[in-house]
Design a protein around this ligand. Sequence first.
Ligand SMILES: CCCCCCCCCCCCCCCC(=O)SCCNC(=O)CCNC(=O)[C@H](O)C(C)(C)COP(=O)(O)OP(=O)(O)OC[C@H]1O[C@@H](n2cnc3c(N)ncnc32)[C@H](O)[C@@H]1OP(=O)(O)O
Length: 172
Amino acid sequence: MRKQKPVKDSFVIMTELVLPNDTNTLNNLMGGRMMHLMDIAAAIAAQKHSNRIVVTASVDNVSFREGIRLGNVVTLQAQVTRSFASSMEVHIDVWAEDIPSGTRIKSNEAFFTFVAVDQSGRPIDVPEALPETPEEIALYEGALRRRQLRLVLAGRMKPEEATELKALFAME
Ligand SMILES: CCCCCCCCCCCCCCCC(=O)SCCNC(=O)CCNC(=O)[C@H](O)C(C)(C)COP(=O)(O)OP(=O)(O)OC[C@H]1O[C@@H](n2cnc3c(N)ncnc32)[C@H](O)[C@@H]1OP(=O)(O)O
C-alpha cells in the first residue's frame, strides 16, 4: 500500500524583501524574479511531501494582478494539494506587504506541478496526499480536473480521455 501523508505536512512559508536588483525601471518586482521565488517555495513543498528530488513539470497560468514595489515584503505560501503517481500539484499564494503603511495585498496565486525523480531523473512514486480541512478538500477535488486540462494543453492527453473536463462542459 502507498504511504499516505497529510497535505499540511508540506506547508511552506517563505519571506523575501524586494531589493533594487529585483526590480524594473518602475521599481516593480520583475515577473521572472517572482516566478523564481514561486518555483523555489513550491518545489520545497513538493520535496517535503515526497522526500525526493523534484523537477518542475509545468506551471499553470500566472497573472500579475498587482505590482509589488521595491521595499515590499513578499510572502509565499505553498502546499501540495494532491499527488498522483509520481507528480504532485502545489498551490501557491503570493502576498505583498508594505510595512510602513501597514498594507498587505494578495499579488497572485498559481498551481505548479512537480515530478519526483530518482538519481537518474526517472519518475518515482510519491505518497498519497490526504486533505483534512474544507479548503484542502476543495483544492484536492479540483486537482484532477486541472491535471487533465494541463495534460491536454501539453499534448500529453487526448481531449476525449479527459473525463473530468468533459463532465464539466457536458450540457443536459
Ligand atoms: C539531493 C537533494 C538536494 C535538495 C536540496 C534542497 C533544494 C531546495 C529546493 C530547490 C528546488 C528547486 C527546484 C527547481 C526545479 C526545477 O526547476 S527542475 C528544472 C526544470 N524542469 C525540468 O528540467 C524537468 C524536465 N522534464 C523532465 O525531466 C520530464 O519531462 C519529467 C517531468 C520528469 C516527466 O518525465 P517523463 O519521462 O515524461 O515521464 P512520464 O512517465 O510520462 O510522466 C511522469 C509524470 O509527469 C507528469 N507530467 C509530465 N509532463 C507534464 C506536464 N507538462 N504537466 C504536468 N504533469 C506532467 C505526468 O502526468 C506523470 O505524472 P504521474 O501520472 O506519474 O503522476
